[in-house]
Design a protein around this ligand. Sequence first.
Ligand SMILES: [Fe+2]
Length: 157
Amino acid sequence: MLTMSQAESLGFKGEQLYEIGIAAVLHDSGKLFIPDEILNKPGRLTDNERSIIETHTVKGAQYILGLKNISKLAVLGALEHHIKYDGTGYPNISKKWKPNIVSQMIAIADVFDAMRSRRVYKDAKPVSLIVKILTQEKGTSFNPLLVDNFLKLLNEK
Ligand SMILES: [Fe+2]
């Protein structure tokens, strides 16, 4: 919903909006292939555990590629949602690679959702703190225009 409301506010509609919704739902499907004890581990991850978790992007993209009747947008969403606006993050693709705008929207929705959720290993953050973090990371982690749009949507709620 957080991705679709961004997309809708930017003018996507109909079939495209539907495909964006599918891409958003499937973006973390690679986590199906990551052991639960690593995904839900309380406390700090080792370097090895972190690199195993990071494979969920490529594994998700490969998994979705094998599904029938799924738009390639969902493959991109899974592959690219942890690539930051400045090209850092993972997977480590060429610096010239520009993530799809939908992957960039998923990245914002994903971080917001992760920070708003209580997990076994952490508490939820207040919205005011998340707004501060998103604002600080405009132009580095996130597309600045998409952050502005997302914050505008948050204020409307
Ligand atoms: Fe992810």
